[in-house]
Design a protein around this ligand. Structure first.
Ligand code: SF4
Ligand code: SF4
Length: 491
């Protein structure tokens, strides 16, 4: 009992000291934060932030595994059976509910199994397996409408839904459902307790990547896409945005295609904002909105639409453009590969459902013994033990790290109260204190201190001299809070 009281007192003193560190840091920072810009976070070393993004051509796989559920929603229902021959782009599963999306074959071949597979989070999902016959070209689009003005908003939405366009990154959502929600202006409570109604006025296109070590958006920023202008026009029309802001990385050569796009906008509503892409986590939605537009998304339950913003990355916007002009669904995904155990670093484009093992084989296999496999970026991705995992829109990167590249090795130590995590947290939390609450299963107290506002960027992990696995502790705590139900979530 006495021990418990001492432990609680120590925890209280540590928490108090860390809160004071945050307040001191914020007071100093407030003097400089005159433009509402994003100032916290970390600057990653150049080797993690590509100065050039190279595209690596990889052969098409001989087999794909297509999970029936690839977004937050309901699974699709197969319309094919084992033994059926399918063409790339052919419907193989339909959406039985409004929360489901249809599924299309990503390669031409034969259905060899309807089986269970693991996704990048280790969750078991039902999937359709297709063995390819070497043909990759999709069927000709059935409807084409290069002139979007001939399409009503309902027709645009139908095309996006039918093409099953989802947002890129962890927790993909059906884009059409997001857009439907935007048509009804959302309301939220301001800090003063006033209910705010804010329609969308800005479409923010991100040519930055969620992490500096990922490169898909920065690669796309440098190439000309025929469907990008149509994607921007469709998103602008559906969201009602008056302005388009394109956020680009100022460390890369000028993205000429995007500059031309802005210069040729007859309505003069498109602007380019240059940000330091090496400053992490400027590419994540909440900090990006703050850095590019000076608007602060109300956390923990806020959404970009609460501050009048629709945010979309370049790959998704291009998919929207293809969907509305040609009705072709996205059949491939782009991701970044890297890490010391893979001999090369760059961006690849593979058919949806390509397995991680097939991709690594096509890159020449591991060049060194991998110690850790990460799906996603090194800062926010998920560690995995299995290579037979299909690559979907959820996977932004595939990194195979060697033992020498791992910084989080061995046991973590007690917090030494140095306050470094406080000075980097982009959403102004006190991560050390939160990690102590979470490690001791004191989840309601962690929630009261703002745990649910954490955007899981991993900056605190990165700087912690005690190597505390804070994001891991926070994810576990959030999961526990979700399990216990809202009435138990003391906020
Ligand atoms: S992981 Fe969460 S607590 Fe840690 S720095 Fe990022 S937002 Fe802050
Ligand atoms: S950086 Fe690590 S050791 Fe320092 S206060 Fe934060 S949790 Fe504690």
């Amino acid at each position: 009992m006495k021990g418990q009281i001492v432990a609680r007192t120590c925890l209280h003193v540590c928490a108090q000291t860390q809160r004071e560190t945050r307040d001191t840091h914020n007071r100093a920072r407030g003097k400089r934060d005159t433009m509402g810009l994003f100032l916290k976070g970390i600057t990653l070393p150049v080797k993690l932030a590509h100065t050039r993004v190279q595209f690596i051509d990889v052969p098409s796989p001989t087999r794909v595994i297509l999970p029936l559920l690839q977004h937050l929603g309901d699974p699709a229902e197969p319309t094919v059976s084992v033994g059926d021959t399918v063409r790339a782009g052919q419907l193989i599963a339909e959406a039985p509910t409004e929360a489901a999306l249809p599924l299309y074959a990503s390669i031409t071949g034969r259905v060899t199994a309807l089986t269970d597979t693991l996704d990048c989070r280790g969750k078991e999902l039902r999937a359709v397996v297709i063995e390819g016959n070497g043909t990759t070209s999709p069927p000709a689009p059935t409807e084409t409408s290069p002139d979007l003005s001939s399409l009503s908003e309902a027709a645009l939405l139908t095309r996006i839904t039918r093409a099953a366009v989802v947002t890129k990154g962890p927790h993909p959502v059906a884009l059409a459902r997001e857009l439907v929600a935007l048509r009804e202006p959302s309301t939220h409570l301001s800090l003063s307790g006033r209910r705010v109604v804010r329609p969308i006025d800005i479409l923010l296109i991100s040519a930055l990547d969620p992490e500096p070590s990922l490169g898909v958006n920065r690669y796309l920023a440098g190439i000309t896409s025929e469907t990008l202008p149509a994607g921007i026009a469709a998103l602008k029309a559906l969201s009602g945005a008056e302005r388009v802001v394109i956020a680009v990385d100022k460390n890369l050569p000028p993205p000429d295609p995007l500059l031309t796009l802005a210069a040729t906008d007859e309505q003069e509503t498109t602007t380019i904002v240059r940000l330091n892409g090496r400053r992490y986590p400027v590419g994540l939605p909440v900090p990006l909105i703050k850095a590019a537009l000076g608007r602060e998304v109300p956390l923990p339950y806020g959404h970009p639409r609460d501050v009048g913003v629709l945010i979309c990355d370049l790959e998704t916007t291009t998919s929207v453009g293809t969907a509305v002009t040609t009705t072709t669904p996205p059949l491939s995904t782009m991701l970044t590969v890297g890490g010391g155990a893979i001999g090369t670093t760059g961006v690849v484009q593979v058919p949806l459902g390509t397995t991680a093992s097939a991709l690594i084989d096509s890159l020449g296999g591991f060049t060194r013994e991998p110690a850790k496999l990460i799906f996603g970026g090194p800062m926010t991705g998920m560690a995995h033990y299995e290579l037979e995992v299909p690559l979907t829109k959820e996977v932004t990167g595939l990194f195979a790290l060697t033992a020498e590249e791992l910084t989080m090795v061995g046991e973590y130590r007690e917090c030494v109260n140095c306050g470094r995590c406080v000075t980097v947290c982009p959403v102004n939390l006190v991560p050390g204190m939160l990690s102590m609450y979470c490690a001791k299963d004191r989840f309601p107290e962690a929630a009261r201190e703002g745990l649910l506002s954490c955007i899981e960027c991993g900056c605190c992990d990165y700087v912690c001299p005690s190597r505390r696995p804070m994001v891991h502790l926070f994810r576990h705590a959030k999961h526990q809070l979700m399990e216990t139900g809202p009435e138990e979530r003391v906020i």
